[in-house]
Design a protein around this ligand. Structure first.
Ligand SMILES: Nc1ncnc2c1ncn2[C@@H]1O[C@H](COP(=O)(O)OP(=O)(O)OP(=O)(O)O)[C@@H](O)[C@H]1O
Ligand SMILES: [Mg+2]
Length: 526
């Protein structure tokens, strides 16, 4: 599809007569079939007689590009507009009734299937449809910073549209070999992430959680505190109520260096899909300008659900949980566009709503396979008031070895080991069956429970830099290995562990487990 095409300038030369293959009965076809100088005139000498002039004029009109690019609505079923007589390409934007944009999503029985990018009021049989010859485009430019736009890139804040260059929302990702390797950590402002699940500049992380576990709040925290130069935030298919809340409460001053793209759940499916691509296209513009961009999308699942709606409407077969094959084809085409390029980087954070807290549901599975790491939030932590509810043991950053210094990676590993041992023995401890002294690793972990929890918990307004987080992690790891003499526990080799070691304030020796509250608050799902 030509990039330079628009309504006034048809995108390409079209040689063949548009009506030769027009279905009979369309407005244009019947109009020209009934012309007095029809096919029979071709046998007459042309150019000299009136008939010849008429014949060449008719031919010229037949060859006119405009005529071929019109059609008429013949059917409207659910979300799909069926149009006859329209020659348009997949992905091309058309105008229904000269005012409602719609995109070509498929073809069936010689008809073109369109999906609207707006409300379909006032459409009826025979309504005229005009192909514009161009794919969907958004205007992008630095004037977008601080602005809130809809899924089609139109400002929602009643201020004039910023100036910018038009850019197609369909674009290839940077070529695999031209992508610089990721070597630098981007500060997200969340201690647990910056140290234990660090994110590299240009890396793509998924935030996986069930509903109401704190995905959006975590994203807000990150948007406010990140060290990235530009934030592009896509709110796809979320509740309308949450939008202002997110912009005013969560984003706050960070709006100045952010662009927010919003398509709430009431928007047409195609607009929700476009919102994800629009945000990615805006992020690409800033990356091309040499910036380090943080692209956040809440949520990829709602994007997948919108594509499922489109797929089912055009007759695709439903596969796992009703998701159609096109959903799984579209996900990498969206997610692969983030990453490093020769000019800048897009670090991608994508929230994934996991249905019924099932981390293996199809969209979670597919996104986990595409992304370079995942952060898992668990309901048991949220229930215990442990926010952000990051389950460190289930969360992985695939680039940790490349982006944090070795001592931080080692300290992180030490903390993970302590969490793992707590997780493994939590049932035993919870029922009071654990005898202190029988497992020194567990005793040490239990003794540092409060410190570990203090490190992992962070209120939404608490700011943290990666350097501060590193220092705190190193201190914690040192006390876990017993290097810190002033720490709450100092256990010599072979020394018998007592309740005093585990909780210096405990008065009831003997039943240490009973003194250790809420293991779920450490996380570890029961
Ligand atoms: N860091 C936090 N501190 C305190 N409370 C929090 C925190 N994060 C989340 N919550 C609580 O959890 C609730 C749900 O959080 P949030 O809206 O971020 O979840 P979500 O996963 O985005 O939900 P949904 O799937 O419905 O979009 C919030 O209203 C808030 O009460
Ligand atoms: Mg949310």
């Amino acid at each position: 599809m030509s990039e330079s095409s628009d309504l006034d300038a048809p995108p390409r030369a079209r040689g063949a007569s548009p009506f030769q293959s027009s279905p009979p009965g369309t407005k244009e076809a019947s109009a020209f079939q009934g012309t007095p100088s029809g096919a029979g005139d071709a046998s007459r000498p042309q150019g000299t007689t009136t008939g010849g002039l008429l014949a060449s004029a008719t031919q010229a009109v037949r060859d006119a590009d405009l005529a071929r690019r019109h059609g008429n609505v013949c059917n409207l079923i659910g979300l799909i507009i069926e149009v006859t007589g329209l020659r348009a390409e997949i992905g091309e934007v058309c105008l229904v009734d000269n005012r409602i944009p719609a995109e070509v999503v498929g073809f069936r029985d010689g008809r073109t299937l369109l999906m609207p990018l707006g409300e379909l009021h006032g459409i009826g049989p025979g309504t005229r449809v005009l192909a514009t010859g161009a794919p969907f485009r958004v205007a992008v430019g630095s004037g977008l910073l601080g602005r809130v736009v809809d899924g089609l890139g139109i400002p929602l804040d009643e201020l004039p549209a910023p100036e910018g260059v038009e850019r197609s929302t369909i674009a290839p990702p940077p070529s695999a070999l031209s992508r610089p390797r990721i070597t630098e950590r981007v500060g997200l402002g969340v201690r647990a992430l910056d140290t234990l699940v660090p994110c590299g500049r240009g890396q793509r992380l998924g935030i996986f959680a069930g509903s109401g576990v704190g995905k959006s709040s975590l994203m807000g925290m990150i948007a406010r505190s990140t060290s990235a130069q530009v934030n592009v935030i896509a709110l796809v298919g979320e509740r309308g109520r949450e939008v202002r809340e997110f912009i005013e409460r969560d984003l706050g001053d960070a709006l100045e260096r952010s662009v927010v793209v919003v398509a709430t759940s009431d928007q047409p499916a195609l607009v929700r899909i476009k919102a994800a691509f629009t945000a990615t296209t805006i992020a690409e513009h800033f990356r091309d300008q040499g910036h380090d961009v943080l692209l956040m999308m809440d949520s990829v699942t709602r994007f997948a659900m919108a594509q499922r709606e489109v797929g089912l409407a055009i007759g695709e077969p439903p596969a796992t949980r009703g998701y159609t094959p096109s959903v799984f084809a579209l996900l990498p085409r969206l997610l692969e566009r983030a990453g490093t390029s020769t000019s800048g980087s897009i670090t991608g954070l994508y929230t994934v709503l996991v249905d019924g807290d099932d981390m293996n549901e199809p969209i979670a599975d597919a996104t986990r396979a595409i992304l370079d790491g995942h952060v898992v939030l668990t309901r048991s932590l949220a229930h215990a008031g442990h926010y952000p509810a990051i389950d460190v043991l289930q969360s992985v950053s695939r680039l940790v070895g490349e982006i944090v210094p070795p001592e931080i990676a080692a300290a992180g590993q030490r903390l993970r080991s302590a969490l793992a041992v707590l997780h493994e023995k939590e049932d035993l401890v919870a029922i009071g069956a654990y005898q202190p002294g029988s497992d020194s690793a567990l005793d040490t972990a239990l003794a540092h429970r409060t410190q570990i929890e203090g490190f992992l918990r962070q209120s939404v307004n608490e700011r943290s830099t990666p350097e501060q987080a590193d220092t705190q992690l190193l201190e914690l790891a040192a006390s876990l290995t017993g290097e810190d003499a002033s720490g709450p526990v100092d256990i010599a080799d072979g020394e018998e562990i007592t309740a005093e070691h585990i909780d210096p304030g405990a008065t009831q020796a003997g039943n240490v487990a009973a003194e250790v509250p809420a293991i779920p608050a450490l996380g570890l799902s029961i």
